[in-house]
Design a protein around this ligand. Sequence first.
Ligand code: DAH
Length: 357
Amino acid sequence: MQDNSNTILSEALEAISAADDLRTLDATRVAYLGKSGLVTGLLKALGAMAPDERREAGATINIVKNRIAEAIEAKRAILEGAALSTRLAAERVDVTLPARPLQRGTIHPISRTMEELTALFGAMGFVVKDGPDIEDDWYNFGALNIPAHHPARAMMDTFYLHAAGRNRPMVLRTQTSPLQVRTMLAEPPPIRMISPGRTYRSDHDATHSPMFHQCEGLVIDRGITLAHLKGCLMDFLRAFFEMPDLRARFRSSYFPFTEPSMEIDIAWDRKTGAIGGGDDWLEILGAGMVHANVLANCGIDPRDYQGFAFGMGVERITMLKHGIADLRNFYESDGRWLSHYGASPFAPVMLHEERGL
Ligand code: DAH
């Protein structure tokens, strides 16, 4: 028994020291200490012995068992430490390697302009309103004082959608002006809102696209006059084009939803295309005092409240600001064009006051 135990012990210690990975070590553990392992076999044999013999042999086997278990644990700690070192070495990051070239995205110029509009008008207390692209004819035209057969409908090359079960057609909104109606119906004055968003007309060339963007603006309060309209839009134009003394003219015009109506032109040089200088004028946006019929259609008493509204093409002001010649470029998803004209996502849009204008 004694001899047998000693042989098992020395063989086990040899196998443990030879095990060079955790799996082999565990197989060794099972071979000696497992349910049908050699040491377990010795313990089982104790049952057949006389009591004296059993006491002595039991003590020996226990010593053998404990030494094997200790040797296994010691070897396990060594192997685990080695495995960790190997992993750490394999996963080491070489901080001296040059960085991989970064494919950096840019903010699309249209999105950027809309962010700028939001920041500039936001600084003047305007909130942003959003509405559906598929619009009820009444919001797009009727409530805005553009009755059926009004020539303004034909001028706008409207996409009509004949929705089943409706007696009024739906349209792809031709302008962001329906947001005026939706806002006035939804909340009482005072109102200051802008609504940058998509608009649609059946038209396609270098300066027109069937889908384009507009930004509407609306102010409703007591005692609002043309002076507020002019001050607000001058501040906006000078901040947007970053020209503190940009000249603009307010030219009489016609829109069904405003009275009086005007178009606003900024100074530019026809020959060089430079904005702000020269003796030529460039139309930039439409505006006017909200027509009494529109106020009344939207549940506001025109004797009590007045307001002004304006609308502009987002592509148009973006093209002018950045010198972009062809509107179709906006929608071609050409990576080179986008990385040239797109804005850095890390450059914040500057607010009106921060530009010192
Ligand atoms: N909705 C007009 C258009 O699409 C632009 C416009 C002009 C909007 C005058 C207005 C405004 O709110 O007062 O041409």
